[in-house]
Design a binder for this molecule. Structure first.
Ligand SMILES: Nc1ncnc2c1ncn2[C@@H]1O[C@H](COP(=O)(O)OP(=O)(O)OP(=O)(O)O)[C@@H](O)[C@H]1O
Ligand SMILES: [Mg+2]
Length: 236
């Protein structure tokens, strides 16, 4: 197998039980390097639980998760993060008193050069906000700064749980744009509820329901999938 054909991330029959309740049921998925993937599904489908197992904040009950050729399940979250799996948390992590640039510099490994930080600033569409303090950034841009801070560690995999929650229509559309621009550079797995966003993202879409993956494919196929429609209309 050549280096480029090794998946960035591989889930093999991953399950999560909470007592007698099974939140994630036998998920098997392969994510390619640089791939953009969207995970959708009704409330309680197991999406966040799946992401939490990948980044190590939850331990899987069975199955295996590998990152490149390293098995990562059971490793501490910090260790998984250091290997190259970044996660943007719901809790804001931006330092309000520091500027956009200072926040990025703080998140980057020591010694990261100015050019790399400037490039990153452009990547998350915040070049114009370089010297704006965290406290003064609008909500949407704060979200992007957090994504930038996660990218500062040069992860191979980036996990985003509902990154457009609370964003305006325009902010949501801009978020789609820059996530698409990351294609080929980092594997991005994004959980999302906003169907307009998912359609615009036009990525491979995985649908979860009652803990299982019920469909996976290009969004246009997912959108016309009868079973997926039924799930969203509450018919299954
Ligand atoms: N720590 C926990 N203990 C017990 N049950 C849990 C725990 N975490 C999640 N669950 C349950 O597991 C199921 C899946 O939850 P999860 O948060 O993964 O869903 P989700 O797809 O992210 O939903 P949402 O779209 O609402 O964010 C839910 O029924 C939830 O109540
Ligand atoms: Mg969730």
């Amino acid at each position: 197998m050549t280096g480029s054909s090794i998946p960035a991330l591989k889930l093999n029959d991953v399950q999560k039980h909470f007592g007698s309740f099974t939140a994630v049921k036998g998920v098997t998925e392969v994510f390619a390097p640089g791939e953009l993937i969207c995970v959708i599904g009704p409330n309680g489908a197991g999406k966040s639980t799946l992401l939490n197992m990948i980044c190590g904040t939850l331990r899987s009950s069975s199955g295996s998760i590998s990152f490149g050729d390293t098995t990562i399940d059971g490793l501490a979250p910090e260790r998984i993060a250091r290997l190259g799996i970044a996660r943007k948390f719901q809790v804001p992590s931006v330092f309000e008193s520091l500027t956009t640039f200072e926040n990025l510099r703080l998140a980057a490994p020591p010694g990261t050069d100015l050019q790399a930080l400037t490039l990153l600033l452009h990547k998350v569409h915040l070049a114009e906000d370089r010297d704006v303090r965290g406290a003064d950034l609008p909500h949407g841009k704060k979200q992007w700064l957090e994504i930038g801070m996660a990218l500062a560690m040069k992860p191979k995999v980036l996990l985003l749980d509902e990154p457009t929650a609370g964003l305006s229509v325009d902010e949501t559309r801009d978020t789609t744009r820059f996530l698409k621009e990351l294609t080929g550079q980092v594997t991005v797995i994004v959980i999302e509820h906003d169907m307009a966003f998912v359609r615009e993202l036009a990525a491979r879409t995985i649908v979860m329901h009652h803990g299982a993956v019920i469909a996976s494919g290009p969004f246009e196929d997912i959108e016309s999938n009868e079973m997926v429609r039924d799930v969203y209309l509450g018919r299954r």
